[in-house]
Design a protein around this ligand. Structure first.
Ligand code: AKG
Ligand code: FE2
Length: 300
């Protein structure tokens, strides 16, 4: 009977381990691709066509989310054009997401409701003008707002367990700004998180006030730049630019859409962004955030 010494065993391992890691394991991954059941954003177990399970919806708060309430709005057909900026994170620019009439109407219905914007510090809402200087107003859910909720949900493929948050208009006067931040919270494992953001411009009667993404890159091809410079700040001397990355100009009716979460539910670092200071005039924005809240993580 052959005798195996410890050193023989080690020499076998020395040859076999690389064979496993570099040949066998990749081959197995090709033949049996990983199932997506561990993928936070692929949870799609709901059989209810509305993506809503009656028993698990008790925890959803109608003061925060635009929950179905039996009111069905009759809406005009969509009339927007999309421009794909990049896929990871997904960033899509939407021209004429709102008509001029819709933008003006939302400004009108927000006017009476403005209060100073807050930030959250350890779970407590505080005012900090060095971080965020603006006023914001909760929009009543009238027909225009309901049609916009439907437009935003349809844009995302009516994804089950996705809830459009109640909408807020945000008004920045001269010096108004919001320093760099993420819109996601990092709470996917605790129940849900903000899966996406539409940053819509309702009023662009201002200088400055662009939405800056320091970690996104300017499109490179000359033809692409010609197209994108309609929507992005394109300084004549890019090297002398004081901001990093890309900055969207406020243009009334247009929107930037981006996905905040990676497929595993973690927040995407590329979505770091800011509202640059308004140097004169008034900018009015509209936040449409979508909250992804799968029923499994709602239990408890
Ligand atoms: O007003 C903007 O350009 C961005 C606003 C924003 O990032 C926010 O309200 O979370
Ligand atoms: Fe934001």
């Amino acid at each position: 009977m052959p005798k195996f010494s410890l050193s023989t065993l080690f020499s076998y391992l020395f040859y076999l381990l690389p064979v496993y890691f570099f040949v066998l394991a990749p081959l197995l991954r090709q033949i049996f691709p990983a199932s997506s059941t561990g993928n936070f954003l692929d949870l799609d177990l709901d059989l209810d066509p509305d993506g809503i399970q009656a028993d698990s919806d008790l925890t959803l708060n109608p003061e925060i989310l635009s929950l179905p309430d039996g009111v069905i709005a009759t809406c005009p057909p969509d009339n927007y054009r999309v421009h794909l900026l990049q896929r990871d994170p997904l960033v899509i620019y939407i021209e004429d997401f709102l008509s001029a009439e819709e933008s003006d109407h939302l400004v009108d219905i927000s006017n009476a409701n403005y209060t100073r914007s807050t930030i959250y510090n350890g779970g407590t809402a505080t005012h900090d003008p060095s971080t965020r200087l603006s006023d914001r107003a909760l929009l009543p859910r009238d027909t225009t707002v309901r049609c916009l909720e439907a437009r935003a949900a349809a844009f995302q493929g009516w994804k089950p367990h996705l809830y459009i948050e109640r909408m807020w208009a945000q008004r920045y006067n001269t010096s108004g700004h919001y320093v760099h931040h993420y819109d996601w919270v990092g709470s996917a494992a605790r129940g849900g998180d903000r899966i996406s953001t539409f940053m819509v411009y309702l009023g662009d009667d201002c200088e400055g006030g662009g939405t800056n993404f320091p970690r996104l890159k300017m499109p490179r091809a000359a033809a692409a730049l010609r197209e994108w410079c309609r929507f992005l700040e394109c300084p004549a001397d890019a090297a002398a630019a004081t901001t990093q990355g890309i900055t969207f100009k406020p243009i009334k009716g247009n929107a930037i859409f981006w996905e905040n979460l990676r497929p595993d539910g973690s927040g995407h670092p590329g979505t770091w962004h800011a509202a640059l200071p308004v140097t004169s005039g008034t900018k009015i924005g509209l936040n449409i955030w979508s909250w992804y809240h799968p029923p499994q993580s709602r239990k408890g």
